[in-house]
Write a protein that binds this ligand. Structure first.
Ligand code: KG4
Ligand code: ZN
Length: 347
């Protein structure tokens, strides 16, 4: 297959990002540029992402970020094979900014457009970095999502489990807020936990040992709230992080069993971690161990490619482009866009 060069645009949350990637499925691909402008400072005073502020900041910065991505890659619009943009799921104002910009660039340059699902972009990142073969088991853990999926191919996902309340990154962010730490809380909790005692506070592990691979974090967050007053911060952060690690490993172990039944021919399949929370060292370590104990090879993109970025969007564009899967200029942005339906229970 011919290598494709694709410009990717990401604006679904609080990162304004553009990147140019060249490559061929199954990867690895070459990241020619990867520009990420984080709007964190604009949102920090509010303790979370404010959609209207995010959309306005994307409008103000995106043109410049795209120009930087093209120039850092040393390519012109005419050198591209396609323009790809996240077209959901996410904050609709931001998604509209990115997708509309991509449409304008594609029309102006006479290039095809790829409307990328943000979750699929996270899912495929391990192919960009390491050329991971299908099928693989995916643990997608971010600020908005917490899912276990069997990934068979482009657009072919089986949902094994999902959160029934909060996403895991959301739990990190809410617990950080309880401890008086600034947004985003994940990295702060991890740093605090490194010097705390994980056994100091007994916290619940909701759904552990239950059938299926669904997640729940709201009971854990409530339990943290009940002991937060006057608590030793490092000990509480460590105890919380350990509870999250235990929940994730238990649910992933269940999904591994189901994956092995559904894909009996997969030799040493990959367990891929994706999403911002996959930047967490304790989680990476525990899942690596679980993977090797169960015959899975663990693949975790570097932290910079786990959090939101446009290289993953450009790579999804490469994979779609090679299959001839382009989108019409009339394609709509979507606030909601699940990768797969509700998990089949009791199987
Ligand atoms: O994938 P992402 O950049 O954005 C989306 O939600 O799509 O993920 C952001 C989330 C935030 O909730 C943040 O607190 C969390 O990832 N996160 C972490 C760490 N780094 C980022 N959580 C735990 N430990 C980390 N080191
Ligand atoms: Zn994301």
């Amino acid at each position: 297959m011919r290598a494709l060069t694709v410009l990717g645009i990401e604006t679904s949350c609080d990162e304004t990002a553009a990147a140019v990637v060249r490559g061929c499925a199954p990867g690895p691909g070459e990241i020619l540029s990867n520009i990420v402008f984080s709007q964190l400072d604009a949102h920090r005073p509010y303790g979370g992402v404010v959609p209207e502020i995010a959309a306005r900041a994307h409008v103000e910065r995106l043109d410049d970020i795209v120009a930087q991505a093209l120039s850092a890659a040393g390519v012109r619009l005419s050198d591209l094979d396609a323009v790809a943009a996240t077209s959901g799921p996410g904050l609709i104002g931001g998604v509209m900014v990115g997708l509309t910009t991509a449409k304008a660039l594609a029309l102006a340059a006479g290039k095809p457009l790829v409307a990328v699902n943000h979750l699929e972009a996270h899912a495929l990142t391990a192919r960009l970095t390491e050329g991971v073969e299908f099928p693989f088991l995916l643990l997608l853990i971010s600020g908005g999502h917490c899912q276990l999926l069997g990934v068979e191919g482009i657009g072919k996902f089986r949902l094994y489990g999902t959160t029934i309340d909060d996403a895991v990154g959301e739990a990190f962010d809410k617990v950080a807020k309880l401890l008086g730490l600034p947004y985003p809380g994940g990295p702060r909790i991890e740093a605090l936990a490194a010097r705390g005692n994980a056994k100091a506070y007994p916290l619940p592990r909701p759904l552990r040992g239950r059938e299926g691979a669904d997640f729940s974090f709201s009971g854990l967050k409530t339990a943290v709230r009940q002991v937060a007053d006057g608590a030793n911060q490092a000990d509480l952060a460590a105890s919380f992080q350990q509870a999250v690690v235990d929940i994730l490993t238990d649910r992933t172990a269940t999904a591994m069993e189901r994956f092995k039944v559904e894909f009996p021919d997969a030799q040493s399949p990959a367990l891929v971690l994706a999403g911002g929370v996959a930047a967490n060292g304790a989680i990476r370590g525990a899942l690596s161990q679980l993977g090797s104990a169960n015959g899975f090879s663990i693949k975790i993109p570097p932290p910079k490619l786990c959090t939101d970025n446009a290289a993953m969007v450009a790579w999804a564009g490469v994979e779609h482009g090679q299959l001839g899967l382009f989108d019409g200029i009339g394609v709509s942005p979507k606030a909601r866009w699940p990768l797969a339906g509700t998990p089949a229970r009791g199987e």
